[in-house]
Design a protein around this ligand. Sequence first.
Ligand code: GDG
Length: 579
Amino acid sequence: EFPESGEKKEQRLIVVSNRLPVTISKDANGEYHFKMSSGGLVSALSGCKKTMSFTWIGWPGKDIPMADRETVNRRLLEEYNCYPVYLSDEVADRHYNGFSNSILWPLFHYHPGEMNFDAAHWLAYREANMRFAEVVSNFCQSGDMVWVQDYHLMLLPMLLRSMISGESAQGEMVRKELGRVKEGVDDEVVKDVLGMQPGVASAPGEDGQDEGVEMLDDVEEEGEPLEIKTKTPPPQNRRPHFPRGLSTFQKQEMVAKEKGKDGIRIGFFLHTPFPSSEIYRVLPVRREILLGVLQCDLIGFHTYDYARHFLSSCTRILGLQTQPNGIEFEGRYAQVGTYPIGIEPMQFVEGLQQEKVQNRLKALETRFQGCKVIIGVDRLDYIKGIPQKLHALEVFLTQHPEWIGKVVLVQLAIPSRQDVEEYQNLRACVNELVGRINGRFGTVEFMPIHFLHKSVPFEELTAMYALADACLVTSTRDGMNLVAYEYISSQSKRHGSMVLSEFAGAAQSLNGSILINPWDVQSTADAIHAALEMGPEQRKSNWEKLFNYVSKYTAEAWGTTFVNELTRLSGLPPAGPAG
Ligand code: GDG
């Protein structure tokens, strides 16, 4: 039984992301507690809530015992308008830490060396995406809009489309995947992850899965011998008889209409970069991931470059012809566009007025009197270029000893993905660097780096942003980077300098920043120097440009622009050369 989404307007919006924005914990008395969590996506979508109401579907972060689910589900829906997708701990771990964060994340950020491809992670990724598709397809009604977020759910558009229409558009992927299972993935792993016997595909409708997930019909239809035996023979003639000449899209809509699920629009937004096809093609399941999102009506990226890379990957890997604004696939037109995300700057402007924040700011100003402050706020992630930042600071202090004792770097490094080995290695490396630099330039009274490996409350973050004379973002790749936006929004008085990596999506929009190549340690050290020595007039004029942009391209503008575009689309190819 799925309740109404709480949406009063005619059209309902369902946002789907890997994690629900709520953290659930259970105390010693067995009582459940819920807490809103922080992060890029949470920040951006909270901005959209001002104008749109939506139900948010996602993984709640842990498996909840069956007996408690009813209570937990009810509270999530009533108090947060959220609906959970439960995953077993093993599937969740392989999907999140495994495929998403050890394969897609490094590859999309140009770190193929850190990519640990493992077929069992891929199976779990598909399994998790299927669980999501089941929940979302049950939830959906005719005319709904489903907005899928980010790289954890790139198969969801395809699986969802096939479930709501009963028409399978993924024969190729499944054929290949079953082939892969047969090719010798560890039998026990197959059994564990997919809950099926190795080499035996489960039959449609078995184990509660929607029949649309099963692609055996397609495999046969395309005339390839089916070597994998099903436990039970597939039901005959499940599909209606279609008039000749219909496109896959039209067939899908016909079946969906019978199910009361037609006209459902699916959008996808990628929060990370989409890499050049030369990097993307390293991915062993490169075809499947592209096919996964091509069943969308709208596919969005932060920058024009990411959109272009996606389209050229479709051409090079799938051999598809693309248009500058999209791609026709199986009779449906997937529009591809650029939707740069933003923040709600007023949260910071107003947050700064709070008495608690003002008091904290005064205390920090007293503490750092006579000393300039540089702020860094990053998840402790290898894409954020924290070692590069520390190296540049070291070079700067070496070349400008007059600044020793007169400038500090306050680096917040928010703990992140600590179960993944690369993140543990990074932590050790950063700890070592901080220790070395502090040991070298520090005195009993003074330490050049204040390193905090923890997350801090919003009030503390705002006070630190306001305190800092400069903000240093040195990401080696970053989809956008909202920290830069937040710093700018907190600088109406000081007009601090923004030093920003040209490899962050934000560099395309934040005109008025000092752009750096973080791999070029000397230039980054020079930029630190320039930022600290910049005169007040230049800082003011830079800040005005920056704040103007940040105020215009907000999270709310991002969300409404994307959703309005999705509302407008029919899924049909445009008239003219494309159609
Ligand atoms: C991904 C992409 C893209 C962080 N620590 C604390 C805290 N935060 C908040 C910040 C900011 C957010 O987390 C971080 O956002 P970023 O955009 O900088 O980075 P990712 O988390 O990597 O986000 C990124 C983003 O998605 C959106 O599309 O821009 O490129 O990688 O809002 O304020 N908030 C609080 N305490 C902390 O300790 N309160």
